[in-house]
Write a protein that binds this ligand. Structure first.
Ligand code: GLU
Length: 290
């Protein structure tokens, strides 16, 4: 029998809050109860927003909660080569195109389209890519890249979905609308997702599926805010020939305003709570764990 492998995968771009405590403790408890391993991975691909003091704070907060994880800790920024390799494989299959529109230009294009009715949005509420990147000739694309223009490499979603065929995943937790068990993946809801940018050779979606596979992760336990991203992850796993872990999404801890917690809110940062005299047992109770 294979030993279950779980991971907690925070981004060191702010202090951990109660929502992270729930994810980390749920991973730790499940790993313990299954006799599995718990890995820690730092999702630091956006190097401009990540800082060493946040990384140190992650170790302190997790240790304070009583969580033990295996060494070494994997830093995504040290493994860009694996993402580049995957990107090349997708490019060879004709599934990648470059887009050069800035965020403002995309916003303007969407406003133009919305004169004729609502433009589709992804599950996070962002408009689907409205630009004409696919129409650019190879010469034009190379000319703009050589000129140093900013670009994003995107997945041709409809072609990718057609190549991959129907996809699902096993949900051991539940989605925002109570989805559980076998869930149908709907990657097309995300449009032509970004796989990499000029300054960042990978995106969250690409890095997460590659690392989960390279680290042999068998169970992904994380918040419901990533429930629909799982559709994109399943698509990339199929296209790249990677195995599918079991997914277990948990409820989000909401702030007093009823919204998802943000890393910038001091009131729910674990280190603030610790300094205010809150105990790890209080945190467990507070996030609804035994
Ligand atoms: N790095 C992501 C976050 O901090 C979590 C990714 C995942 O668990 O798949 O929200």
């Amino acid at each position: 029998m294979t030993v279950p492998v779980l991971r907690f995968a925070p981004s060191p771009n702010g202090y951990l809050h109660l929502g992270h405590a729930l994810s980390a403790l749920a991973n730790f408890d499940l790993a313990r109860s299954m006799g599995g391993r718990l890995l820690l991975r730092l999702e630091d691909i956006d190097v401009s927003r990540c800082r060493p003091e946040y990384e140190t704070a992650i170790y302190e907060d997790l240790a304070w909660l009583g969580i033990e994880w295996e060494q070494p800790v994997r830093r995504q920024s040290e493994h860009f080569d694996a993402s580049l390799d995957a990107l090349e494989r997708l490019e060879r299959r004709g599934l990648v195109f470059a887009s050069f529109e800035s965020r403002t230009e995309i916003q303007r294009l969407v406003e133009g389209r919305e004169i004729h009715g609502a433009w589709p949005r992804d599950p996070d509420g962002a408009p689907l890519y409205p630009g004409n990147g696919r129409m650019l000739s190879a010469e034009e694309r190379n000319r703009r890249m050589d000129a140093g223009d900013a670009y994003a490499l995107r997945l041709m979603m409809d072609v990718a979905v057609a190549q991959a065929g129907p996809l699902d995943w096993f949900e051991a937790g539940e989605g925002p609308r109570g989805e559980t068990g076998t869930v149908q993946a709907m990657p097309q809801a995300w449009g032509d997702v970004v796989l990499a940018r000029k300054e960042t050779p990978t995106s969250y979606h690409l890095a997460v599926v590659i690392d989960d596979a390279l680290q042999g992760v068998t169970h992904v336990v994380r918040g419901q805010d990533l429930f629909w991203s799982t559709s994109v992850h399943r698509l990339l796993q199929r296209l790249l020939g990677l195995p599918a872990p079991v997914y277990q999404h948990h409820k989000l801890i909401l702030g007093a305003d009823g919204r998802k917690l943000a890393k910038s809110t001091r009131a729910t940062a674990l280190r603030e709570l610790r300094h205010a005299g809150v105990t790890p047992a209080d945190i467990r109770r507070g996030v609804g764990l035994p």
